[in-house]
Design a protein around this ligand. Structure first.
Ligand code: NDP
Ligand code: 8X3
Length: 251
């Protein structure tokens, strides 16, 4: 039985990926900061799919917390086959000069440093078993840069560079490294980006049918169900009405 650790499982893509992996029969470690949501998620996964689930509540920005969480894993959960680095966010959507430094810190610390901490912690067991799969949730923002998003885009460009660099360094250990790069998807992402302003968040998707979390779970399922000799480097997916970050055909 394969074991998967998913960061940011309390919402959006991470939650959908957790359900998809449970359907595939994986043993799961679901993580995030909201303890109530984690407890509810773990309960539902166990009930609906009869899979073993551990939930770990911590902030990926804090390496000590990441370390303690991973060290707390019981024996049969220690050998992780799949790490999904999904926890992430955009904070703010303003020109660089008007943006808040705390938003910059939050994006870089979560999207880049959190990914580094978790990858560094999980890698030793993958290297020991000479197999494993790291899937980084990147974004169209890792490929293109758009107005009022320079630091978020920079963080996702870093995710793409790390995905490529890890693939180079880890090929000798039989470890696959993939990414998924979605365009606009309606989750809690825009609510977080606009600091809780639900109306502003809703307006982002007005006039289009955005991607949803299941679409991203489809991509991740495709990646993890390929035969051993096939490694998917990246899957880019957009809503049909989105050509790139700025050409969006609204109804
Ligand atoms: P959501 O806001 O719905 O989910 C984000 C998840 O990340 C939550 O589970 C949240 O959990 C977790 N998270 C955020 N910060 C931290 C932290 N410091 N420590 C631990 N967990 C954290 O957004 P999405 O599902 O849309 O986003 C998931 C990923 O997909 C992100 O990396 C995002 O950048 C990327 N993405 C999103 C797109 C979109 O349009 N929605 C498109 C392309 C990429 P909690 O708050 O409980 O900690
Ligand atoms: C999230 C999608 O278009 O805001 O990564 O960059 S977008």
């Amino acid at each position: 039985m394969r074991t998967a650790l998913i960061t940011g499982a309390t919402s959006g893509f991470g939650r959908a990926i957790s359900f998809r992996f449970a359907r595939l029969g994986y043993r799961l470690i679901v993580t995030g900061r909201r303890a109530d949501r984690l407890a509810e998620l773990a309960k539902q996964l166990r009930t609906d799919f009869s899979v073993e689930v551990i939930s770990l509540c911590y902030d990926v920005r804090d390496n000590d917390s990441c370390t303690k969480a991973v060290q707390s894993l019981v024996e049969n959960f220690r050998q992780i086959d799949i790490l999904v680095n999904n926890a992430g966010l955009a904070a703010g959507a303003m020109p660089f000069e008007q943006s808040d430094l705390t938003d910059f810190d939050q994006m870089i610390d979560t999207n880049v440093k959190g990914l580094l901490y978790m990858t560094k912690l999980i890698l030793p067991t993958m290297i020991k078993q000479q197999s494993g799969h790291i899937i980084n949730i990147s974004s169209i923002a890792g490929i293109e840069v758009y107005p009022n998003g320079s630091v978020y885009c920079a963080s996702k460009h870093a995710v793409n560079a790390l995905t490529k660099g890890l693939r180079i360094d880890l090929v000798k250990h039989g470890i696959k490294v993939s990414s998924v790069s979605p365009g606009m998807a309606e989750t809690e992402f825009s609510i977080v980006r606009y600091h809780g302003d639900v109306e502003k968040a809703k307006a982002v998707y007005a006039g289009i049918e955005p991607l949803n979390a299941e679409d991203i779970a489809d991509a991740v399922e495709f990646i993890v169900t390929r035969p051993a000799h096939v490694s998917i480097n990246d899957i880019q997916l957009n809503p049909s009405q989105q050509a790139n970050t700025y050409i969006i055909q609204k109804n």
